[in-house]
Design a protein around this ligand. Structure first.
Ligand code: MN3
Length: 203
């Protein structure tokens, strides 16, 4: 058994004009595939090849030291991107509803306040990384940011939404204008899926 890049549930061009076709194709077929290939190379022949990526990232200290950094980077890349493809989509955006909407209001006061803080976390991540909406075991949400491909799972948090702010996620269309990409991202957030991730984690 080995890790695999999940198929997209929509076409490469489905997120136009917010995320362009070429970026989707390269990001999914090349970048994500490279994380998976390097992860598989690292865990090949070990017990970790049979584990869930979530479980591996929750306890990186259990990974042998000689492959730990590779698993952290490329396993994180695999998990983070798998979540990313699911939580964006066509005919999406707008505002959340369901349980996650209530948690957002409780934590930030309003959706607009959440949007402002999430955007700031994404904009202010220096270099490559992610901004996240995460939840804890009690269902409370907060905004975090990680460098490189580090996953909130490794910090004991459950990610329910993430924005990739590596330049490969936006540079073809937005060049240096990361803020414009972040603003556009809100038009492709699949809140139904975010809510499902939030609620599944409650079980
Ligand atoms: Mn990426």
């Amino acid at each position: 058994m080995s890790f695999k890049v999940p198929d997209l549930n929509y076409d490469y061009n489905a997120l136009e004009p917010y995320i362009d076709t070429a970026t989707m194709q390269i990001h999914h077929d090349k970048h994500h595939a490279a994380y998976v290939a390097k992860l598989n190379d690292a865990v090949n022949g070990t017990d970790f090849a049979e584990k869930q990526i979530e479980d591996i990232l929750k306890n990186l200290n259990a990974v042998p030291e000689n492959i730990r950094t590779v698993v952290r980077n490329h396993g994180g890349g695999h998990f983070n991107h798998s979540l990313f493809w699911k939580t964006i989509g066509p005919k999406a955006g707008g505002t959340p509803d369901g349980t996650v909407a209530k948690a957002i209001d409780a934590a930030f006061g309003s959706f607009d306040s959440f949007k402002e803080k999430f955007s700031a976390a994404a904009l202010n991540r220096f270099g490559s990384g992610w901004a996240w909406l995460v939840r804890d075991a009690n269902g409370a949400v907060e905004i975090t940011s990680t460098a490189n491909q580090d996953s909130p799972l490794s910090d004991g948090k459950i990610p329910v939404l993430g924005i990739d702010v590596w330049e490969h996620a936006y540079y073809l269309k937005y060049q240096n204008k990361r803020a414009d990409y972040i603003a556009a991202f809100f038009n492709v957030i699949n809140w139904k899926e975010v809510n499902a991730l939030y609620e599944n984690a409650l079980k």
